[in-house]
Design a protein around this ligand. Structure first.
Ligand code: CU
Length: 469
């Protein structure tokens, strides 16, 4: 019954998947054919061929679920199932997701649409789907035990409601939640406004992705499901750097990013080179009087943030979570801080006692980015990625906003590295270095305060609180 469609990357292929014209009278009585996705690549936006028009979003390393119109109702078919997801080239994870991928496909509808979602459960245990942030009848809220019976393995249940308010939402199970979300079950939902909305601006590019995390031991492929906080793979849409696609825009584009957090910790998302405003949350659009400029916005657990900016600075701008251990991949070895400790000569002795021990980090951790470190199969380097100037030394929640003058409207392809204008790259100072000036108290020349022209006396005071050593 489930046919695995080969989804092509080429533009327009996605739109051909399901259209009202192809639904026969017989099919109207049946379930919509589930559409599966085999690729973890960012798919071209799904331009609506049926139903009301809207400007579609682009799901980072993801795709939008096609639908069929059935007598005015927009019908979708989600299949909850085990999937194999490539987290980055070199590592595949055994996850649970929807329609072939984790996260599941993005669902896009228009404010006022009547929506019918068939959910087929191909997992080994029961599940449900909660439509996070939506106004809907209580019995459609998807909390198993509380508002509905759980969807048993092999069964299909139907959710039906009107998408009442426009905005940024997500979906995830509300049944054995800790396990099912730790395994990757989640998806994005966007409800577009039905007409021009005073608080929802029209943008040139509209990207969305979920923040999610896994705990997968190096050398294995299945997440540990009992982990509460100590996750080791920090993902955007179940991808880690360097597997996260870049966000490619045209100079002067107005850009919206929609981000939802389904990890168990908060993520301060930081964009280089531009200021943005938070224009909406899963609670709705933010009033204009309540917006202020930011370059980092914290997305707390279970929250969504919609940010907007004018991409008016050409270049390759880093975009990442500002928790530095979230821009690293899984660490396979216990590594104490060894900065300043010469210990390479000790390594051989220690390795006799602790075979897993590696001498590293004497001058910092950057050497690990280049180190020829033997990695178990199906394991990503902790810090990796090559840029035009050398190693980027990143992992996890990191990508690049590429702003280009010659990026065509509607073209989402990676334009390659930015070619910096002459004289606009940090350069090495090749002249003589002067001795640093020292304070008088340290035996240097006295500094002269500008307002008196007299020597400033500095009194050295011994620290009192810290110590007798
Ligand atoms: Cu983070």
């Amino acid at each position: 019954m489930v046919s695995r469609r080969d989804f092509l990357r080429s533009s327009g292929a996605v739109t051909a998947a399901v259209s009202a014209a192809s639904v026969s009278t017989v099919a109207l009585a049946a379930l919509p054919e589930p559409v599966l996705q085999a690729s973890a690549d960012t798919q071209v936006p799904l331009v609506p061929q049926t139903g009301r028009p809207y400007n579609p979003v682009v799901t980072l390393n993801g795709w939008t679920l096609p639908w069929r119109m059935n007598q005015g109702v927009k019908e979708f078919h989600l299949v909850a199932e085990p999937v194999v997801r490539e987290l980055a080239p070199g590592m595949k994870a055994h996850l649970w997701g929807y329609n072939g991928q984790s996260p599941g496909p993005t669902i896009e509808v228009v404010e006022g649409d009547r929506v019918r979602i068939f959910v087929t459960n191909k997992l080994p245990e029961h599940t449900s789907v909660h439509w996070h942030g939506q106004r809907l009848p209580n019995g459609m809220d998807g909390v198993s035990g509380l508002t509905q019976k759980a969807i048993q393995p092999g069964k299909t249940m139907v959710y039906e409601f009107v998408a009442r308010r426009p905005g940024t939402f997500m979906y995830h199970p509300h049944a054995d939640e800790m396990v099912q979300m730790a395994m990757g079950m989640m998806g994005f939902w966007v409800t577009h406004p039905r007409q021009k909305h005073p608080l929802i601006s029209e943008v040139d590019r509209d990207f969305c992705f979920l923040l999610n995390a896994f705990d997968i031991d190096p050398g294995s492929a299945t997440p540990k499901i009992m982990t509460m906080l100590d996750f080791n793979l920090w993902c955007w849409n179940s991808r880690v750097f360097p597997g996260i696609d870049t966000l490619n825009v045209r100079l002067g584009d107005r850009v919206r990013l929609r981000v939802g957090n389904l990890t168990m910790t908060n993520h301060p998302i930081h964009l280089h080179g531009h200021e943005f405003e938070v224009t909406g949350t899963d609670g709705g659009p933010v009033p204009k009087s309540a917006r202020w400029p930011e370059v980092t916005t914290d997305v707390a657990v279970g929250q969504m943030r919609q940010i907007e900016f004018l991409a008016d600075e050409p270049g390759d701008w880093a975009m990442h979570c500002h928790k530095s251990h979230h821009t690293m991949n899984a660490m396979g070895h216990g590594v104490p801080t060894m900065i300043g400790v010469p210990h390479h000569d000790l390594a051989a002795k220690i390795q006799k006692l602790v075979p897993d021990y590696m001498a590293m980090g004497e001058k910092g951790m950057a050497e690990m980015g280049e180190m020829e470190m033997p990695l178990p199969d199906n394991t990503l380097p902790m810090m990796t990625g090559q840029g035009p100037f050398g190693g980027v030394e990143m992992g996890g929640m990191f990508s690049v906003l590429k702003v280009r003058k010659d990026q065509k409207p509607g073209d989402y392809r990676d334009p390659g590295w930015y070619k910096h204008p002459k004289g606009e790259v940090a350069f090495e100072w090749s002249g003589a270095l002067r001795e640093p000036a020292r304070f008088a108290a340290e035996g240097g020349t006295a500094l002269k305060p500008a307002h008196t022209g007299e020597a400033l006396e500095l009194k050295a005071r011994k620290p009192s609180s810290h110590g007798s050593h």
